[in-house]
Design a protein around this ligand. Structure first.
Ligand SMILES: *[C@@H]1O[C@H](CO)[C@@H](O)[C@H](O)[C@H]1NC(C)=O
Ligand SMILES: *[C@@H]1O[C@H](CO)[C@@H](O)[C@H](O)[C@H]1NC(C)=O
Ligand SMILES: *[C@@H]1O[C@H](CO)[C@@H](O)[C@H](O)[C@H]1NC(C)=O
Length: 468
């Protein structure tokens, strides 16, 4: 029976060569589509690139739709996306005539049985855990279409300086890993604009990231004497900042606002200092929570982190100011220091004029007058008492005189005490005014500082938001 087997083998070989000579699959009467034997013959050629003349490269057309942005890891500089990838190539042996094959013009075949181009993405840095798609569609003209889903974990240089208003530009480079430009060529199947449009349509409802654009370029990669054909796609995505604005910027701004408003608490009570202390404590807690939300990389911190640090520094400065003012108000007035003359001139005159601080200056002269007017009767009484003492009328008279003198002495002591108290009061009042003027001045400076800072930050963020 060996000859029968031999004949069988020879006949299949003949069939194969015949079909290869015509570059066509055969169809049998009464069967739909190309005959299984002729297709099996093509499957046996799986190892070889499906071209008749090996000088012709196989052109692979590539298109993809960005379906989802699954995650961005700033620390490891990895972008995880989900793509619908579509590859087209031409198989010169899978050609048949539909009119002879019961009108079948398209069949599906397992991709493992056919030669397929080794298209890779150069940025891919992880295991491929995508769902497998084992079949391809084959056109009667030999055009193969292979759709697959790809969970792409790609290395990307992520810039987080302008977080949360950052725009990331990641590169996907498609090309054959092994085959040089003489064997496999790649080209885009759709225009970059169409791909961008498709991706925008499908990505619309997904997550924190918004697709800005997909751009691309075909180029030739040279490495030694070999050349590879590659397509480079630039996927530009933009973060939706609403979450971070609501969770980070607005609470922080509120705390800063309360800090500014706390300057309207009276500076001579201790309340203000403790209030500011509490604010700083609250801000610290806020910073701790925020630390989880902020991205961090080894090569830089986002400017929002610097913004928070500066806010904390401003709060500390405002607490320091309160401490200084409280010191001026309490300590100096308690030690009964006179307000030094230069302080009076500089603070109460020039600075008060500068910041338009007015107070009723009448109180000062009136108190001085009040101090001076009672002094006038003093010597009179004394002189009177002297003249009385010089007139020896009687013993009772001298006794009464002595008593009167004592009363007089007490009265003058009382007067001295009262006047010293009054002086102290005016001193305290003066210190109060010095404190208020300084408080006003420092508050203005603080406001100016915060305004400049806010302007710089807001204009920076506006610049970052505007280009798109
Ligand atoms: C293959 O194609 C090249 C140019 O495309 C041509 O020069 C060569 O003769 C062809 N070889 C055969 C065997 O047809
Ligand atoms: C690939 O695209 C080129 C045009 O860019 C086209 O001429 C060619 O027929 C396409 N090949 C396949 C297999 O679709
Ligand atoms: C077969 O391939 C050709 C060339 O790419 C294309 O124009 C045609 O629409 C395809 N037909 C089917 C049924 O896919």
């Amino acid at each position: 029976m060996w000859w029968y087997q031999k004949i069988n083998v020879i006949s299949t070989l003949l069939l194969l060569t015949a079909s290869l000579c015509h570059n066509k699959l055969t169809c049998k009467e009464g069967e739909s589509g190309p005959s299984h034997e002729s297709m099996q013959a093509v499957f046996d050629l799986q190892a070889f690139r499906p071209v008749v003349n090996l000088s012709n490269p196989t052109v692979t057309n590539i298109s993809f739709t960005l379906y989802a942005v699954l995650g961005v890891n700033e620390k490891t500089q990895i972008l995880t996306t989900f793509l619908w990838l579509r590859l087209y190539w031409h198989h010169e042996f899978l050609v048949w005539d539909p009119s002879k094959c019961d009108g079948v013009s398209r069949i599906s075949l397992p991709v493992k049985k056919l030669w397929s181009p080794d298209i890779i993405i150069y940025e891919f840095v992880d295991d491929d855990v995508s769902q497998a798609c084992p079949y391809v569609y084959v056109n009667h003209t030999g055009h193969i279409r292979w759709d697959r889903m790809l969970r792409l974990v790609s290395a990307c240089n992520l810039e987080i300086f302008s977080f949360p208003f950052d725009v990331q530009n990641c590169t996907f480079t498609f090309g054959s890993y092994m085959h040089t430009i003489r064997d496999v060529r790649v080209s885009p199947a759709l225009t970059f604009k169409e791909m961008s449009g498709n991706s925008k349509r499908y990505l619309e409802a997904s997550g924190e990231w918004e697709l800005v654009d997909i751009m691309g370029e075909t180029s030739i990669l040279k490495f030694g004497i070999d050349e590879w054909d590659i397509i480079t796609f630039w996927v530009v995505i933009k973060r939706r900042p609403v979450l971070y604005v609501v969770n980070l910027l607005i609470p922080s701004s509120f705390l800063m606002l309360i800090d500014i408003l706390s300057f309207y608490l009276p500076p001579h009570s201790v309340d203000r200092a403790s209030f500011k202390m509490t604010l700083i404590l609250g801000y610290t807690v806020f910073l701790l929570i925020m630390n989880d939300l902020l991205p961090s990389t080894a090569n830089g911190t986002p400017i929002i982190g610097i913004y928070f640090s500066v806010c904390l520094a401003l709060m500390v400065i405002s607490l320091l100011e309160t401490v200084i003012i409280t010191n001026v108000l309490h300590n100096n007035s308690m030690k009964h220091h006179q307000v030094p003359h230069w302080v009076k001139v500089v603070v109460l005159k020039h600075i008060a004029n500068l910041i338009c601080y007015h107070w009723q200056e009448n109180s000062q002269p009136s108190s001085v007058n009040g101090e001076k007017t009672p002094e006038a009767p003093g010597p009179i009484i004394q002189s009177e008492s002297k003249t009385l003492a010089e007139n020896p009328i009687s013993n009772e008279g001298t006794a009464a005189m002595a008593e009167l003198q004592q009363i007089c002495q007490h009265l003058s002591e009382l007067r001295a005490h009262l006047s010293s108290m009054q002086k102290e009061n005016t001193q305290q009042e003066e210190w109060c005014h010095v404190g208020y003027v300084l408080d006003f001045l420092l508050f203005r400076i603080y406001l100016l500082l915060i305004t400049c800072y806010a302007l710089v930050i807001i204009s920076m963020w506006c610049i970052w938001i505007s280009p798109s």
